[in-house]
Design a protein around this ligand. Structure first.
Ligand SMILES: Cc1cc2nc3c(=O)[nH]c(=O)nc-3n(C[C@H](O)[C@H](O)[C@H](O)COP(=O)(O)O)c2cc1C
Length: 199
């Protein structure tokens, strides 16, 4: 039997279905090769006119990680204001940098690259959180990123310490935590968004 048949891996579809945003992480570090693998997945994402305006900055060292943590706005729907505890912080970040913000499709490129990263992470059992509510100037300063590059967003990564669940969206899009600290994520039902041949 060939190796490709015996290798047990999630299908892309399984990774899409099982992935949830994770904001609580284990202390176990992510191997550098895996982080490179995630950036490689981003590198190969579709890119408008194949212009490839993105670069990626991997952060794993303790001091910059804790400085970056301070620049993040977590889970805005959760009240009172919440952030991961010291024991449950991300163990790595990938910062997404843009060479040319005049490229009118760059946000689409970021989105596609980000999805490749979070799905490649999910395949490895690693949780992720795409973060846009960040202090870009501070991140630029902390990481000494040249001014020629624009900080778009960051992706927090780490082995999962929570397992959010999806539920059918009823009256609110707001994710919420139950009495057992499980995060519930409302999603629109397939029947409510799909149109086949006619409205
Ligand atoms: C463009 C974008 C920006 C986001 N920014 C943040 C953020 O700043 N802080 C945060 O805690 N989550 C952020 N998220 C995560 C969303 O809250 C999350 O994707 C959403 O609640 C749906 O949950 P799911 O990813 O588990 O499906 C962001 C997601 C996207 C796609």
């Amino acid at each position: 039997m060939s190796k490709s048949i015996t290798y047990q891996s999630k299908s892309v579809y399984d990774a899409i279905i099982s992935r949830r945003t994770i904001r609580r992480f284990q202390k176990k570090p992510i191997k550098p090769d895996l982080l490179r693998r995630f950036v490689n997945a981003a590198r190969l994402a579709p890119s408008a006119a194949n212009l490839q305006p993105l670069e990626y900055f991997i952060v794993t060292e303790k001091e910059p990680c804790s400085k970056i943590f301070e620049t993040i706005g977590w889970a805005a729907y959760i009240t009172p204001k919440w952030a991961p505890s010291l024991e449950e912080r991300p163990t790595a970040y990938i910062v997404i940098l843009v060479e040319d913000i005049n490229n009118k499709f760059y946000t689409r490129d970021v989105s596609l690259a980000s999805e490749n990263i979070v799905l490649a992470a999910e395949e490895e059992g690693i949780g992720s959180c795409i973060l846009y509510n960040i202090d870009r100037d501070k991140i630029q300063e902390i990481l000494k990123i040249p001014k020629t590059l624009h900080v778009d967003s960051i992706i927090a990564l780490g082995y999962k310490a929570e397992h959010p669940v999806v539920e059918d969206l009823k009256d609110s899009v707001k994710y919420w935590r139950d009495e057992n600290e499980v995060l519930h994520v409302p999603k629109r039902r397939l029947e409510d968004i799909i149109h086949i041949n006619k409205f």
